[in-house]
Design a protein around this ligand. Structure first.
Ligand SMILES: Nc1nc2c(ncn2[C@@H]2O[C@H](COP(=O)(O)OP(=O)(O)O)[C@@H](O)[C@H]2O)c(=O)[nH]1
Ligand SMILES: [Mg+2]
Length: 331
């Protein structure tokens, strides 16, 4: 979609391109942000700009802290499946145990804190889609790995952990939240609109109370509900007994805010094995862009089988798709 940008925006963009220091670059980007019209047609530009502002803000902050004491450690995981979900929380809350249950990954699980020093990825199956889960080292007032800032920016959603076997569970989870806030990562319930502050990165989050099998879990759950109220959807699980795991898989998938779309070639049956997973509300043209880069502009219409249409109805490129639609793209 074409975006009409005001002339001052282009001036700011020119300043951004000429800027020599990260600080000058950031100042110009922030001007561009203020001047950018915020509507549907500019969503892509908004998202790109926000990412640039967030990255640069983090870079400047990290540079201020000087060279790292230990090896900084940078981790990048290639995107896989319908999205990436990070596990964040205090030590010993059962993050690694849960990753073992939901995926084929096998991070060390141990009854002492700080077992997980490096992020560990795994793939979770949910029906016919795959979701990448990343177990992160614990986040406390004293322990925060700088790579967490980058890995959380790359995430589509987060699972925040609360330990029902520990009287200090709720307080420790609160500390994790606050430490992330200092790093300009704001955990919000799924479906919340983004903040206007482009330096803060908001992450749709589920609160997961672990070790539901503990004998005092019920009392601590009451306290947890008082502490967090309705700040996040709350799920109770036990990795040990398997309680709540099917519900958690579904909630994690739902938190990604995507839908499943199956494509088909004319005259052939649909490929029902590997759906595309565009964001909820995506159009025919946006789906086409996921199938092939050049198709986004080239697609003129589509035939759609699913909800909101008659079977095989022809629709235009701006038609919004629905979960589980079958789509045949036409150029
Ligand atoms: N009772 C009980 N203990 C658990 C459960 N999940 C994990 N644990 C124990 O909690 C401790 C910490 O688990 P771990 O997964 O290493 O925590 P992490 O530090 O958050 O990754 C270990 O001793 C686990 O055996 C559970 O569902 N129930
Ligand atoms: Mg661990």
């Amino acid at each position: 979609m074409a975006v009409n940008l005001p002339p001052h925006y282009h001036d700011a963009e020119a300043r951004y391109k000429k800027a020599q220091t990260p600080e000058d670059k950031l100042a110009a980007l922030k001007e561009m942000w203020v001047l950018l019209p915020k509507h549907k047609a500019s969503e892509k530009v908004q998202a790109d700009l926000k990412t640039k502002i967030s990255e640069l803000t983090d870079q400047i902050e990290q540079a201020k802290q000087g060279p790292k004491k230990a090896a900084p450690g940078t981790f990048k995981f290639p995107r896989q499946g319908a999205g990436t979900v990070v596990f964040v929380g205090p030590p010993n809350a059962g993050k690694s145990a849960l990753l073992c249950k939901l995926t084929k990954a096998s991070p060390a699980v141990a009854p002492y804190p700080f077992t997980t020093r490096e992020p560990v990825p795994g793939i979770m199956d949910y029906e016919d889609v795959r979701v990448q889960l990343i177990d992160l080292p614990p986040i406390t007032a004293d322990h925060y790995d700088t790579f967490v800032t980058d890995l959380t920016r790359a995430a589509n959603a987060a699972v925040l952990f609360l330990d029902l076997a520990d009287d200090d569970g709720p307080a420790a989870t609160r500390v994790t939240l606050e430490r992330l806030k200092q790093a300009r990562r704001e955990l919000v319930p799924p479906g919340t609109t983004q903040t206007d502050d482009p330096t803060t990165y908001t992450i749709p989050t589920l609160l997961v109370a672990t070790k539901g099998d503990d004998e005092a879990a019920d009392i601590r759950l009451e306290i947890a509900r008082e502490e967090f109220g309705t700040a996040f959807p709350l799920l109770v699980v036990s990795a040990e007994r398997g309680d709540g795991l099917p519900e958690l898989r579904k909630a994690i998938y739902d938190a990604l805010g995507v839908m499943r779309i199956y494509t088909k070639q004319p005259g052939k049956p649909a490929d029902m094995t590997s759906p595309f997973t565009p964001p909820i509300g995506a159009t025919v043209a946006e789906l086409a862009g996921m199938v092939h880069r050049d198709l986004e502009d080239a697609v003129k219409s589509a035939r759609v089988w699913g909800s909101g249409v008659h079977d095989g109805q022809t629709v235009g490129r701006d038609h919004p798709l629905h979960d589980k639609d079958v789509v045949e793209l036409h150029t």
